[in-house]
Design a protein around this ligand. Structure first.
Ligand code: AMP
Length: 288
């Protein structure tokens, strides 16, 4: 016997009127709504966000939109992996209630003229120092997604830790009535954080990639063991470069404000790293 439920595909909205119609039905039934924003190329990390969202709300909307405004001209917008059929199958299997998949002109129609320029955590000197256009693009598209879907909660991964802080501040500052929820990073067995960009790694690079997470753990261990933060960072930076990465940053920051800190007494600590392996840029972070 065919299980019709298994074969059911999640509904897809591609226009704002179709999206509003679907979310209005949820609202009319008194149901709560969670949004999980993604750029597609879904992996188990994204699906963990979906499951967390399902545990927190009656209905889950997953957006899939590769946002051109968060890529610089030299970055990988054109080659970013697009795996629509597999994404649709994975979300359907989880019974996601709605997939919001606008085209670029639905999101940015002719004459589009408004941009959010986040400060605070968006100017922490981490990702913003290497991708100056990035958080403006992210904040603007996430504000639009939140206003389009009108969710009660929106789930973001701690994998993109600075982004989580930027989005949280943006929603608070603009009085968008949503709770931003951070979800833990899902990793491969060897510690490498799952990322759509891991698909760019050669076999040899893939073998080296876990050094990033290993180094974060080592540096955290040194700090917990009482070593001076700057000394622990120097050891970590050398370890990453020795493995063949080109390091953008390895930093210790206050876990909430992202301000630099020099002693563990200055507050909860987050260790953040970004480095290139060949042409692939990887980021990761852990709490200490
Ligand atoms: P992306 O489509 O890669 O921009 O990511 C969409 C959402 O998934 C963001 O909130 C990311 O932080 C989150 N995410 C990406 N990778 C992971 C991971 N390995 N574990 C948990 N969340 C993740």
């Amino acid at each position: 016997m065919i299980n019709l439920d298994m074969a059911r595909k999640s509904p897809v909205a591609k226009t704002i009127p179709a999206l509003r119609k679907a979310t209005a039905t949820f609202r009319a039934a008194g149901e709560t709504v969670a949004l999980v924003p993604t750029m597609g190329a879904l992996h188990a990390g994204h699906l963990a966000l979906v499951k967390l969202a399902q545990s927190r709300a009656d209905r889950v909307v997953v957006s899939i939109f590769v946002n051109p405004t968060q890529f610089a001209p030299h970055e990988d917008f054109g080659t970013y992996p697009r795996t629509w059929d597999a994404d649709l199958a994975a979300l359907s299997e989880l019974n996601v209630d709605l997939i919001w998949a606008p085209g670029a002109t639905e999101m940015y129609p002719d004459g589009f003229a408004t941009r959010i320029l986040p400060e605070g955590p968006a100017k922490a000197g981490l990702e913003d120092a290497f991708r100056p256009h990035f958080f403006g693009g992210v904040a603007t598209v996430v504000a639009k997604l939140l206003l389009q879907v009108g969710p009660d909660i929106a789930v973001f991964g701690q994998k993109d830790y600075q982004q989580l802080k930027v989005v949280t501040a943006m929603a608070r500052d603009l009085d968008i009535p949503v709770k931003i929820v951070g979800a833990p990073t899902v990793r491969e067995k060897d510690g490498l954080a799952l990322s759509s960009r891991n698909a760019y790694l050669s076999q040899q690079e893939r073998e080296v990639a876990p050094v990033l997470h290993q180094t974060l753990k080592d540096v955290a261990g040194h700090i917990k063991g009482g070593r001076k933060i700057q000394d622990a960072l120097a050891v970590g930076r050398a370890q990453i470069e020795r493995a063949g990465f080109s390091l953008d940053y390895l930093e210790v920051r206050h876990a909430e404000t992202l301000a630099p800190i020099s002693s563990p007494d200055d507050g909860p600590i987050r260790l953040l790293v970004a480095a290139k392996l060949g042409r692939t840029r990887l980021i990761d972070n852990i709490g200490v």
